[in-house]
Design a protein around this ligand. Structure first.
Ligand code: ADP
Ligand code: MG
Length: 210
C-alpha cells in the first residue's frame, strides 16, 4: 500500500444477495459529489490480463476457482491506488461506497487495516423468488450470462447465505442498517441517504468545504 493512500479511508458497505440492488444503489451514490462507488466485480472484470496481477486472477477464474482472500484484497487495493493516483478517488475527502467486497468475514477482517467502515447497509430481500426474477431480467438486459441459469442463480444465493451474510453479525449492531430491498429503487436510495445524513462522521464530513 502506498504511503499517500494510507490516510484512513472512510467507507460505507453495501451488503446483499445477488440481485438485491447493490450495483443499482452504488452507481447512483457514486454520482453524488464526495461519494465514490467501488464495485469489486467490475474491478476483476477490467483487469489487464497481461499484467502479473491480471495473470494471477486469470489462473483462478479460468479454473472456476474462487480468488483467494489475500489476492482479492491486493487486486482491490491496486485499483484503489490507481484511482487515487489519478485523483478520480480522493481517499481523504471521498466516502468509499463498497459493493461486492468484503464477500466473507475473513475479507472483512483484512479490510479493517485499509478503511474505516462507518455504516453497513444490508439490502435485505428474504423473497428469493424476487431475487431470481431480477437476476433473470438482468441476464437479458446486461448480457450477464452468469445470471441466466436457475441452477447458477440458486448456487450464488446459497454461497451468499453461507459466506457473505455472516458479515452482518461481524459488525456491531449500531453499524448496521437494515434496508427493505424489495421496495422500489428510489425508496431504497431514500432509506440509505436518510441514514447517511444522520451519521456523525457524515456531519463532520459535510463541514469540509472543497
Ligand atoms: P446486485 O448488484 O446486488 O447483484 P443489481 O443492482 O445489479 O444487483 O440489480 C439486479 C437487477 O434488479 C437489475 O436488473 C436492477 O435493475 C434490478 N433492481 C435493482 N434494485 C431493484 C429494486 N429495488 N426493485 C426492483 N428491481 C431492482
Ligand atoms: Mg452487482
Amino acid at each position: 500500500m502506498k504511503e499517500t493512500s494510507r490516510a484512513v479511508r472512510p467507507a460505507i458497505l453495501i451488503i446483499g444477495a445477488p440481485g438485491s440492488g447493490k450495483g443499482t444503489q452504488g452507481k447512483i451514490l457514486g454520482t453524488i459529489p464526495r461519494f465514490f462507488h467501488c464495485a469489486c466485480g467490475d474491478i476483476f472484470r477490467s483487469l489487464d490480463t497481461r499484467t502479473p496481477l491480471g495473470q494471477r486472477f486469470v489462473n483462478y477464474s479460468s479454473k472456476g476457482e474462487l480468488v483467494p482472500d489475500e489476492l482479492t484484497i491486493e487486486l482491490w487495493e491496486a485499483q484503489i491506488d490507481n484511482w487515487s493516483d489519478s485523483h478520480l478517488y480522493k481517499p481523504d475527502i471521498d466516502i468509499l461506497v463498497l459493493d461486492g467486497i468484503p464477500r466473507n468475514v475473513r475479507q472483512a477482517e483484512i479490510l479493517e487495516k485499509h478503511l474505516k467502515v462507518h455504516q453497513v447497509f444490508h439490502l435485505s430481500c428474504p423473497n428469493r423468488e424476487e431475487l431470481a426474477r431480477r437476476m433473470r431480467k438482468r441476464a437479458l438486459k446486461e448480457n450477464r450470462m452468469d445470471d441466466a441459469s436457475d441452477r447458477v442463480i440458486e448456487q450464488r444465493i446459497k454461497t451468499y447465505e453461507a459466506e457473505t451474510k455472516p458479515i452482518i453479525d461481524y459488525y456491531s449492531k449500531d453499524l448496521v442498517t437494515e434496508i427493505d430491498a424489495s421496495r422500489p429503487p428510489v425508496e431504497v436510495l431514500n432509506a440509505i441517504l436518510s441514514r447517511v445524513v444522520q451519521l456523525e462522521f457524515y456531519k463532520d464530513f459535510a463541514k469540509v468545504v472543497v
